[in-house]
Design a protein around this ligand. Structure first.
Ligand SMILES: [Zn+2]
Length: 347
């Protein structure tokens, strides 16, 4: 065995939490480099430096993993927007960018496959989905990833196909389901039962990602933790979902009703974003349940990830700049407050 090798995912999970920052699609959409609707990561080809930069920001903030930005970079999605020709370039480039940042920072490198949106419970769809996964997983293996994430599956069966394809590589498989408004998968399976099936099929880490915010994901994660033997993952979206509006697509904004399409998802979710303290609360609660693979999905920004890392007892490089309001001119320590008493009164 190579003595200088870095510990792999499963070894790290044995010793404590692993943090995985995601949410690249939303962040680049917000920054003006990716189109909402299409939601295809062309930015990896058009602005590779920016993608590398965001990977670095997330690692700086405490992410232990660099996930190659291949989410939705699959054949069906690209065919839909007439860009199938970019498929391989986009995947290989995303993997190369992520690999460079992972090796310069010592983070784990993850390949990424996701929901295809063409899964249906018939043999033709099953074959198509498997082909899509196999080609993306093949490129990830070529790039030397440490493990592969299969994520955002609303159908347990699609997640099972992903598990099967990833397992065939011999690399660890992190497979997560997306729970929409109903508390069951599209075929009617509870998240706990579906995760048990994924674990039995050989997934190394099972759980949930995306769609639900911390408040409406946590109870499901608790049930999953009780139902499976291995490691559990939880990567909510950092939005204030509620029992009545449990998914970020179902959120409605009573203060602003002139939104295109009538719903805040995906371009007017700003008033619902969790603050860093809510993210920290989630991290502590999930950690207390024994959930080790923790992260955030669409909507996440580096300040959220730093907050998650600090809640888990870490001090990532970005902690150097964590808030210290005692240094604030008007809201700071006794001494500064006294100095600025007249101003402070008016704040
Ligand atoms: Zn997401």
């Amino acid at each position: 065995m190579d003595e200088t090798r870095k510990p792999g995912l499963m070894e790290r999970l044995e010793h404590g939490p692993v943090i995985c920052a995601e949410g690249y699609l939303f962040e680049f959409e917000r920054r003006g480099y990716l189109q909402a609707g299409a939601f295809v990561p062309e930015v990896v080809v058009e602005h590779p430096d920016l993608v590398a930069g965001l990977h670095r920001e997330f690692v700086h903030a405490g992410s232990d993993v660099v996930v190659a930005f291949t989410y939705y970079a699959h054949r069906e999605k690209l065919r839909l927007i007439g860009k199938e020709g970019l498929l391989e370039t986009m995947n290989r480039q995303a993997l190369e960018i992520a690999r460079d940042v992972a090796s310069e920072t010592g983070a784990l490198l993850a390949g990424n496959i996701c929901n295809t949106n063409v899964f249906a419970p018939d043999d033709e769809a099953r074959r198509t989905v498997r082909r899509i996964f196999e080609e993306q997983v093949g490129w990830a293996v070529d790039a030397g990833v440490d493990f592969i994430v299969g994520e955002t599956y609303a159908y347990a069966e699609e997640a099972l196909i992903a598990t099967d394809v990833i397992r065939a590589t011999g690399l660890p498989a992190v497979v997560t389901l997306a729970m929409h408004q109903l508390p069951v998968t599209r075929e009617g399976c509870s998240p706990a039962d579906a995760c048990k099936r994924l674990e039995d099929a050989g997934a190394d880490v099972v759980g949930l990602n995306c769609i639900r915010g911390p408040r409406t994901m946590l109870p499901m994660v608790e049930e999953i933790r009780a139902a499976v033997d291995g490691q559990v993952a939880a990567l909510p979206v950092p939005y204030r979902t509620t029992e009545e509006q449990p998914s970020f697509q179902s959120l409605r904004d009573p203060d602003y009703d002139r939104i295109p399409g009538g719903r805040p998802f995906p371009t007017a979710l700003d008033p619902f974003i969790c603050n860093r303290y809510e993210v920290a609360d989630f991290a502590r609660a999930a950690d207390a349940l024994g959930v080790r693979y923790l992260g955030l999905c669409c909507g996440a920004a580096p300040h959220h990830i730093r907050s998650m890392a600090e809640a888990l007892g870490r001090t990532p490089p970005a902690s150097r700049y964590s808030a210290d309001m005692s240094k604030h001119a008007y809201l700071g320590s006794e001494a500064t407050l006294k100095q600025n008493a007249d101003y402070a009164k008016n704040l």
